[in-house]
Design a protein around this ligand. Sequence first.
Ligand SMILES: [Zn+2]
Length: 95
Amino acid sequence: MIRYDCDRCGEAMSANDTNRYIAKLEVYAAASPIDVSIDDTKSAPSQLREVIEQLKNADPGEIEDKTYRSFRFDVCDNCRKHLIANPLQRNENAK
Ligand SMILES: [Zn+2]
């Protein structure tokens, strides 16, 4: 039998446990697509070389973190309630 532990509190759950939920989180860059005009293409080779140089020196993990990351968690019913009530786990006392 496959067992799961809640990724938030550690509670043990079975695969078909009615107390088991899956929480997914996606974080990705919010920038809109770049609108390129014909005039912009004149400077494109130099801009492209600049981007390539920046990428040569960049950390691949950091590039991935900045563009797209997804997470999947198994959570128990109690932790599901906490996540829905406060998805970003904001500290209400920090205001
Ligand atoms: Zn839990």
